[in-house]
Design a protein around this ligand. Sequence first.
Ligand SMILES: CC(C)(COP(=O)(O)OP(=O)(O)OC[C@H]1O[C@@H](n2cnc3c(N)ncnc32)[C@H](O)[C@@H]1OP(=O)(O)O)[C@@H](O)C(=O)NCCC(=O)NCCS
Length: 165
Amino acid sequence: MQIIEATTDHIYNIQVLSDIIWPVTFKEILSQEQIKYMMDMMYSTSSLEKQMTELNHHYLLAEEDGEYLGFVSYEINYKGTQTTKVHKIYVLPSTQGKGVGRFFIDTVSKIAKKNNNTILSLNVNRFNKAIEFYKRMGFDFHASENIDIGNGFLMEDYIMNKTLS
Ligand SMILES: CC(C)(COP(=O)(O)OP(=O)(O)OC[C@H]1O[C@@H](n2cnc3c(N)ncnc32)[C@H](O)[C@@H]1OP(=O)(O)O)[C@@H](O)C(=O)NCCC(=O)NCCS
C-alpha cells in the first residue's frame, strides 16, 4: 500500500470513495436527507476544489494495486494554533480493520510534528463507532458540540484530541 498526496485531479476518486463509504457509515445515525445534504456540502466538486485550493485542506489517498482504499484530509496550524485538524478519514468498508486508518493517523501525526504542531484534533459524530478507533489511536474526549449546518440539520459531535509526543 502507498500513500498519495491528492490534487484536484483526484477529486473524482475521492467522490467515488465517499459515495460508497458515507451511506454505509451513517445509515443508522443520520436521515437519508441529512446524508445527501452533508455529502453535497462536503464532497461536491466545487466544495472539494475550495478545500484544496483555498482552505489548505490536504488530502492523502491510500492506494494498492491500482485501487484507492480510502482518504484522509487534514489542515496544519488550524485556526492559527499548533493544532492539526483531521477533517475527514474514510476507509472502504471492505478494507476496514486492516490497518489503513492507523496508517493515516500515523502519517498525519508525522506531518503535524514536522510542522511543529503538538495536537491532532477532530470532530466525530457522538453515535459513530469510529470513536473506539480514535480512543485506540490515543485520542481523548475534549468537548461536545452541536453544529447547525442549515436546513434544520445538526451535527452532534464530540471533539477528540491527541497530544503528539
Ligand atoms: C474509522 C476508520 C477510519 C478506522 O480505520 P480502519 O482502517 O478500519 O482501522 P484500523 O484497522 O487501522 O484499526 C486500528 C485499531 O483500531 C481498532 N478499531 C478500528 N475500528 C474500531 C471499532 N469500530 N471499534 C473498536 N476498535 C476499532 C482496530 O481493532 C485496531 O486495533 P489494534 O490496535 O488492536 O490493531 C474506518 O473504520 C472507517 O472509515 N470507518 C467508517 C467511516 C468513519 O466513520 N470515519 C470517521 C468519521 S469521523
